[in-house]
Design a protein around this ligand. Structure first.
Ligand SMILES: NC(=O)c1ccc[n+]([C@@H]2O[C@H](COP(=O)([O-])OP(=O)(O)OC[C@H]3O[C@@H](n4cnc5c(N)ncnc54)[C@H](O)[C@@H]3O)[C@@H](O)[C@H]2O)c1
Length: 263
């Protein structure tokens, strides 16, 4: 088990399905946590769970697509805890369907801001502190950054962008002892997946149960990933057991992207 005592870890999207599992995993490993999310009440609940697990927690409800609050959050975390060691970006929105003709410019801009610009801003304002003693950045991308689906243009564009950002961070920040990696999940059992299932069911004129079954059956393992499985990998990748792993993307998708469709 990794030991994160005296490590300050920022997690964005901290009360989402994946963010909360990561926060709880790092709390159990002894980390000091700085949690942010746009949903105040849910964030307070996640912070409380982590405190009950013994972690010291700072939490703040901010829109991570907005520069001034991101800057303020990172500065406050560094002032409160003395430094920042790890940045884990889990924020992402999926409610942005459409092909290029259907997508509005405002949906395009907002999705880029939330899914991609946020990761840039969080890195921009936390790297000055992570540099002080080296550390790690982890971006939660998606298999949608590697291969695309019908009517999901902008989501895929942002996730491909996030993978590219991760590689540039790895290259540019290695000289400061900062590593940057990405995790690309297939479907993970979270509220975001529930929303995506509802959307797809509507789009393809299926019931909710039929849509779940269609998606599950596409996975060689016949199952989705749990948020805890993502958190396990996150814990390893940000730890001192992974000090020569940087610029890499780790797919957790039950074999989905290994598979060619039947002909
Ligand atoms: N769940 C999946 O199947 C799946 C698969 C592949 C990739 N991912 C990626 O994993 C990440 C986490 O997904 P999840 O399933 O936990 O989603 P989720 O919706 O449960 O969590 C996302 C969190 O981000 C927060 N958030 C949204 N916009 C924000 C903003 N502007 N500022 C601050 N916080 C904001 C939400 O409040 C929410 O708590 C996302 O980036 C998603 O794209 C998820």
């Amino acid at each position: 088990m990794e030991n994160y005592r005296n490590k300050v870890v920022i997690i964005t999207g901290a009360c989402g399905g994946i963010g909360e599992a990561i926060a709880e995993k790092f709390a159990d490993a002894g980390a000091t946590l700085a949690l942010c999310d746009i949903r105040q009440d849910e964030l307070s609940q996640t912070a409380e769970k982590c405190r009950q697990a013994g972690a010291t927690v700072h939490s703040n409800a901010i829109d991570v697509a907005d520069e001034a609050p991101v800057r303020g959050f990172c500065e406050t975390v560094a002032q409160t805890f003395g430094t920042i060691d790890c940045l884990i970006n889990t924020v992402g929105i999926v409610d942005c369907p459409g092909d290029v003709e259907e997508l509005s410019l405002s949906m395009w801009d907002r999705t880029i801001a939330v899914n991609l610009t946020s990761a840039f801003l969080m890195a921009k304002y936390s790297v000055p502190y992570i540099k002080q003693r080296g550390g790690a950045i982890l971006n939660i991308a998606s298999v949608s950054g590697l291969a695309n689906q019908e009517d999901a243009t902008i989501y895929s564009v942002t996730k491909a962008g996030l993978l590219s950002l991760t590689r540039s961070e790895a290259i540019d920040l290695a000289k400061y002892g900062i590593r940057a990696n990405a995790i690309s999940p297939g479907s993970v059992e979270t509220p975001l997946l529930e929303a995506a299932v509802d959307q797809a069911a509507q789009l393809f004129n299926r019931t909710r149960d039929e849509q779940w079954q269609v998606w599950r059956s596409q996975y060689p393992t016949q199952r989705f990933t749990s948020p805890q499985e993502i958190a396990e990998l996150a814990l390893f990748l940000c730890s001192e057991r992974a000090t020569n792993i940087t610029g890499a993307n780790f797919v957790i998708d039950g074999g989905l992207t290994a598979l060619l469709p039947e002909r």
